[in-house]
Design a protein. Structure first.
Length: 412
């Protein structure tokens, strides 16, 4: 079977969207002859590893819009418009190629968001969409605690998602999909409302087997101080302000404790001011941006991951923590609510900021004071990642889906 994959973001050795694109196309190519259309700026990192990391069944098509349009996507400015137009250009780029090769199936992978169309759905082929997310929202009661920048971001996000309901190409993408994969329950409901006939939840994040084994070799920490870590881009929706407030409350009861924040972003100044207001600057360290190797080294020096994201379709860092035997404390929202179970960590209800802070602090206290619980959560977390968030296992699931789609289309 000849498969065409659309992966705007696709880069080896990366997390987030590029990592999803790269790992998924590698899995597809283990079973089928695979063509991947992606951005030209992904060529160098991809071709650097092609001889060793990718099977011979994979072919990359590098496509970009004209150079004069590139100014739209400098930083984050205009990226969404550029991406929308790139999807349209990709359709015309592969339409002729389809006549020459004769693809059997087309699959849109990245970006992982439901509110932009994939024009490849217009090809006369069975079309798979996803995994896509983006329907997750920060609870309204939490908006009052956000910075002005955070409130503006959430308003614009609501506006863009509202436009998606009016975009006929988004609806056409949904209606043309023979199968759609949603990262969360919230997105599953939104896809059904757009007209998807067949939808199921399929989280977009996972770890390669080799990384699971590597992280599984991290030993449990038995020394003081009890160290809490949060990792990620310092944006408002990551909820790190809730994490700081919860740590300050926990620290009053458990003085032999520290809080590490790893990452950079627009909220850093606000978080540093909050740490001073809470009088915990001596116990809180902002490490800034780190390489992935440095992040994992610091994770090994911590006891628990605190990841109170207000909306996130899936967190790779929470899987890395579970694979490393570090329990995860999160809000019971979005993709994290699907990753973390009561056996692998603690999910906290998100009723209000005050309630969430108190519950997060109580969860930290519970884990810090009970080494047996910490060890139990560590074992269950490692097993859950191996069983449910392993890229090789996801590859088998994808192969089963493709075969099912192909059989159904042949029967028709």
């Amino acid at each position: 079977m000849r498969v065409l994959v659309s992966a705007y973001a696709c880069e080896p050795g990366r997390g987030s969207e590029p990592g999803v694109g790269w790992n998924l196309v590698q899995q597809v190519s283990n079973f089928y002859e695979t063509w991947v259309i992606t951005r030209t700026n992904n060529r160098e990192p991809i071709e650097r590893v092609l001889p060793t990391d990718v099977t011979r069944n994979i072919h990359f098509i590098y496509f970009d819009l004209p150079r004069w349009m590139a100014f739209w996507k400098r930083g984050r400015r205009g990226l969404q418009l550029y991406y929308y137009l790139w999807q349209l250009g990709a359709y015309f780029a592969v339409r002729k190629l389809h006549r020459e090769i004769g693809f059997d199936l087309v699959h849109h992978v990245t970006f992982v968001k439901y509110w932009a169309p994939s024009f490849l759905a217009l090809l006369p082929l069975p079309f798979l969409w996803g995994p896509v997310g983006g329907a997750e929202s920060a609870p309204l009661r939490f908006w009052f605690s956000l910075s002005f920048r955070g409130k503006l971001y959430e308003l614009l996000r609501y506006f863009v998602r509202g436009l998606a309901k009016l975009d006929p190409f988004v609806r056409l993408t949904a209606q043309r999909a023979v199968m759609a994969m949603a990262t969360t329950r919230e997105t599953e409901e939104r896809l059904r409302a757009l007209g998807c006939r067949r939808v199921f939840v399929f989280p977009q994040v996972a770890l390669p087997g080799a990384e699971i084994r590597l992280l599984g070799g991290m030993c449990a920490r038995m020394t003081s101080p009890f160290r809490v870590v949060s990792i990620g881009y310092l944006m408002h929706f990551k909820g790190f302000d809730l994490g700081l407030r919860a740590f300050a409350r926990f620290h009053r009861e458990f003085p032999a404790s520290e809080y590490w924040l790893i990452g950079e972003g627009p909220e850093r100044g606000r978080l540093e001011r909050l740490a001073r207001e809470l009088d915990v600057t001596g116990r809180v360290t902002f490490w800034g941006s780190e390489t992935r190797t440095e992040v994992l080294e610091k994770l090994a020096d911590c006891d628990v991951l605190l990841h109170p994201a207000l909306h996130e379709s899936g967190g790779l860092v929470s899987l890395e923590a579970m694979a490393a035997g570090r329990p995860v404390i999160c809000l019971d929202l979005g993709g994290l609510a699907l990753q973390v179970t009561e056996d692998t960590g603690i999910r906290v209800p998100a009723v209000s900021p005050q309630q969430a802070v108190a519950a997060l602090a109580a969860a930290l206290s519970r884990i810090a004071r009970d080494p047996c619980l910490r060890a139990s959560l560590a074992r269950a977390g490692r097993e859950r990642v191996q069983q449910h968030f392993n890229w090789e296992r996801k590859g088998l699931c994808l192969a089963s889906m493709y075969d099912q789609v192909s059989k159904n289309c042949c029967d028709c």
